[in-house]
Ligand binder design. Structure first.
Ligand code: B12
Ligand code: SF4
Length: 547
């Protein structure tokens, strides 16, 4: 980890003052684009790791939007004394504004997560700017969070908390064995229902509990050895990978499944590991254990294209509930892939990988980055042409972003190419912080806009649903709904009006699917009535008596 603040404390330390029980808030600022979002795992994890007795409230700004004033009022009304804020680089300016408002109201603020780990001096006001946090937690905070809470409770909060160092001077990474048991079966999850509120009554009538739909983040391991140039993960979590036991993952899934059954809702899981199949043997054994325990829930995970060559793995993904796979494809140009140190992923293989998944009704979220050094104007159309030759999926388009403490940041800084070296402090969505070599920042922005517009317009949505016409209707409905959610990554889609607009624009496709489902439902009911009527009387009376 680079650019660490000096003066981190050493463990263990002596206690001096009496410990008070505290009210704590863990807060994640909103991303300013979409409200329907998966909750952030760090909040649930730190809540679970908080020493007993303290009361912890979670607020995710994406699900429960508040202004700075509203958050301060919320904290005052509940007598909260300590607020923990976590944020990615993209949301850090917003996080600082919330932290400033809370500190001005006399509340202690601790910040953690990837950005403050990369530049702790910024949050602490040690690099010439204003101070935003009373304390920062660097790196993985599983072991330091309980100490932070206890120090705060005694009124002895330090400025910097970081994991102990090993003999090589590197952070000692927390083991994931044992792994804390997040009480998903009892936690209040209302704010994390991904179904937009105005659609809930309708979706409840559709049945199957779709009115209460939760997407729950679960990690089965941490770390990635690949070291792609633009990525913070190898630096943050380390290149050695740690896994939870299969039993602990399976039991978490079973508890979630039981809760969904009990509350007649739907639960899907996002395995947030950076590459779920990084250790093929272990992944297969985990998936086999999920199947053996009947712990299948619909799931999505990130897996790199090179690992999806394995037919047996793909079979196991399908059998264990895998529905969507997120693939960081980045570019269809191998020169770009080599530039960012991602040569292990081969664009020439992408089509075959997606076919292999689609044969099992598994679809892909394919992620692309524009603004790489070999990109030229027209990159969006070239990429879209390629995408259209593949089975339908959910493409997402970003731009090459130099996150602090990445090899990419260092390379561009050394070359004097950073147009906005502190781009996060004046964050502008989809505006690059450096000019690619073969096009301008404006051109990269226009390519990105074009890619999103063409991929999520009503015509493309209709085309995709049509391309899936030989699959069961449930795949087409879930595909279209996923498309409505995903367009919200680029086009702000925060209120009822925005959602209604989406439905209106896509009314033909929606109507076609609703009509087909109604006919299918009617036919199924008729079939059941005929079967029932043709049963011998003894069987029908037994059926009636069954509660
Ligand atoms: C899941 C995920 C997402 C989810 C959304 C987040 C969610 N709801 O969980 C999705 C897929 C939507 C997503 C999207 C994006 N993501 Co993302 N995502 C991740 C991923 C894979 C896992 C996050 C996670 O839960 N990790 C596990 C937990 C346990 O780790 P953690 O969050 O770091 O928390 C630990 C510590 O940081 C610390 N901590 C964290 N917060 C706090 C707060 C306090 C107070 C304290 C004390 C400690 C603390 O304690 C925790 C326990 O040790 C990470 C990579 C990774 N492996 O972390 C990338 C990552 C966070 N994403 C990243 C990026 C760049 C993005 C996007 C901007 C990508 C893009 N180009 O569009 C978008 C932005 C989305 C948006 N508009 O908000 C980067 C962030 C880099 C940075 N410096 O900001 C990461 C690190 C991946 C990378 N390639 O570098 N992402
Ligand atoms: S494979 Fe993914 S997580 Fe690993 S370094 Fe590359 S982009 Fe980051």
């Amino acid at each position: 980890m680079s650019d660490r603040a000096k003066g981190a404390f050493k463990l263990p330390r002596q206690t001096t003052r009496k410990r008070e029980l505290m009210k704590i808030l863990l807060y994640n600022p909103d991303n300013g684009v979409t409200r329907n979002f998966m909750p952030h795992l760090w909040m649930f994890l730190l809540q679970t790791l908080t020493p007993p007795g303290h009361e912890v409230t979670l607020v995710d700004g994406n699900a429960r939007a508040m202004s700075e004033e509203e958050l301060v009022r919320f904290v005052r009304e509940r007598g909260i004394e300590l607020v923990g804020i976590g944020a990615m680089t993209r949301m850090i300016a917003r996080a600082y504004r919330f932290a400033d408002a809370l500190r001005a109201a006399g509340v202690k603020v601790v910040m953690g997560g990837p950005h403050v780990t990369e530049i702790p001096d910024e949050a602490l006001g040690r690099n010439g700017g204003p101070r935003h946090a009373d304390a920062v937690a660097l790196g993985e905070a599983d072991e330091t969070w309980p100490l932070i809470v206890e120090d705060a409770a005694r009124g002895e909060l330090k400025e910097v908390y970081q994991p102990e160092r090993d003999a090589k001077g590197l952070d000692r990474k927390p083991s994931l064995q044992p792994y804390p048991e997040i009480p998903w079966d009892t936690l209040p999850l209302e704010q994390f229902n991904v179904m937009p509120p105005f659609l809930r009554p309708l979706m409840k009538r559709v049945g199957n509990g779709w009115g209460n739909t939760y997407l729950i983040p679960i990690e089965t391991g941490r770390g990635c050895p690949y070291g792609c140039e633009f990525c913070t993960v190898t630096g943050f979590f380390g290149d050695s990978i740690r896994f939870r036991t299969n039993e602990s993952v399976v039991s978490e899934l079973l508890r979630l499944k039981a809760r969904a059954r009990r509350e007649r809702g739907q639960v899907a899981v996002f395995f947030i590991d950076d590459n779920l199949a990084i250790n093929m043997k272990r992944t297969k054994s985990l998936l086999r254990d999920i199947i053996a325990a009947g712990a299948q829930v619909p799931w999505v995970a990130q897996i790199s294209a090179n690992l999806l060559r394995d037919e047996e793995l793909v079979d196991l993904i399908a059998a264990s509930g895998g529905c969507w796979v997120f693939i960081g494809m980045e570019s269809i140009d191998p020169v770009n892939m080599a530039d960012v140190n991602k040569n292990f992923s081969k664009p020439s293989e992408y089509g075959a990988v997606l076919e292999r998944l689609a044969r099992r009704n598994i679809y892909a979220i394919t992620s692309f980055i524009f603004g790489m050094d070999n990109d030229t104007p027209g990159v969006a159309d070239r990429t879209l042409r390629e995408i259209r030759s593949w089975p339908p999926g959910l493409p997402v388009f970003g731009q090459l972003t130099p996150f602090p403490a990445t090899p990419l940041y260092d390379r561009l800084e050394k070359a004097g190419r950073l147009a906005r070296p502190k781009h996060w402090l004046d964050f502008a969505p989809f505006v690059m912080a450096h000019a690619p070599l073969k096009m301008t920042i404006e051109e990269a922005g226009a390519e990105t806009r074009h890619a999103w517009t063409s991929s999520y317009g009503p015509e493309r949505n209709a085309e995709v649903v049509e391309a899936l016409s030989d699959t069961h209707i449930k795949y087409r409905i879930s595909h279209l709904m996923a498309r409505f959610f995903f367009r919200g990554i680029y086009f702000p889609q925060m209120g009822k009006r925005a959602w209604l607009n989406v439905f209106l624009q896509n009314r033909r496709t929606v109507y076609g699917l609703v009509k087909e489902s109604a006919l299918a439902l009617r036919a199924a009911r008729k079939r059941r009535r005929v079967e029932f009527a043709s049963m011998p009387p003894a069987q029908t009376s037994r059926r009636k008596a069954t509660p």
